[in-house]
Design a protein around this ligand. Structure first.
Ligand code: SF4
Ligand code: SF4
Ligand code: FES
Length: 247
């Protein structure tokens, strides 16, 4: 039997002074393999052209379609209606500036985070476009690649209690970035430089370790392992500062 889906969607346009936050209901017949990205487009095309939401790649690559789906952050384009009950609630990701309805501005947050953790390889080498590529062992390259798969969707930030309580918390995504640079032999930063960036309450020592971030990451990044890795490295560095004979 074809299911009748009922979408309860958060509606609010902060740019319109007459707009008030509310939930609007839309009905849609389920079709085979319907995903939420297609469902939202159908609702916008057939029922309500004013509905705002973001998408770009439709393939789980751009991170733009992240939203809270039945209480859990996830990607609309990667979520199939058949995996959900017929009542589907959609909310914008918390922790980011609301653009309107389901659309949030994750870009400003991620730009600021990337600047704070200096998210680039620090090296004294001058860039020579004629030079041959430097070789890197496969094992290191694979480890870096694994952590580079982050699509900056923001789901982990929205699922993180610390990030929701504290605007200055860098979040698992930033700690994962730092882990990626620590293992990159081209990055010449010393332990104390990493410590200045994430050896604080805004960084790894503010993390409560409940792992909402890992639970919701649509790319299944090993965030738990990276948080433990950074915590251990920064913990050892902190210990050496207090107990210099540990060096
Ligand atoms: S484990 Fe840390 S980073 Fe992850 S959700 Fe919890 S507080 Fe946030
Ligand atoms: S770590 Fe995962 S949940 Fe967080 S921004 Fe990257 S892909 Fe999204
Ligand atoms: S539209 Fe790009 S991740 Fe969903």
């Amino acid at each position: 039997m074809v299911r009748k889906l009922i979408f309860s969607i958060f509606r609010y346009n902060p740019a319109d002074p007459s707009s008030r936050p509310q939930t609007k209901k839309y009905k849609l017949e389920e079709t085979e393999n319907l995903n939420l990205f297609v469902a939202l487009n159908k609702i916008r095309e057939e029922q309500d052209p004013s509905l705002q939401f973001d998408f770009c790649c439709r393939a789980g690559i751009c991170g733009a379609c992240a939203m809270v789906i039945n209480g859990r952050p996830g990607l609309a384009c990667h979520t199939k209606a058949k995996d959900l009950p017929a009542d589907i609630s959609l909310m914008p990701l918390p922790g980011f500036k609301l653009v309107g309805d389901l659309s949030v501005d994750t870009g400003t947050w991620f730009r600021s985070m990337n600047e704070k953790v200096e998210s680039w390889v620090h090296t004294d080498k001058k860039f020579d476009p004629q030079a041959e590529e430097e070789r890197m062992g496969n094992d290191v390259a694979e480890k870096i690649y694994e952590l580079e798969r982050c699509i900056e969707c923001g789901c982990c930030v929205s699922a993180c209690a610390t990030a929701q309580m504290r605007d200055d918390f860098l979040g698992a995504v930033a700690l994962n970035r730092i882990a990626r640079f620590i293992i990159d032999p081209r990055d010449k930063r010393q332990e104390k430089e990493y410590f200045e960036v994430v050896g604080t309450d805004q960084g790894i020592f503010g993390c409560m370790g409940l792992l909402g971030c890992e639970d919701v990451c649509p790319k299944h990044l090993p965030l738990q392992d990276q948080l433990a890795f950074v915590r251990r490295r920064m913990g050892i560095h902190a210990l050496k500062r207090i107990l210099p004979w540990k060096n």
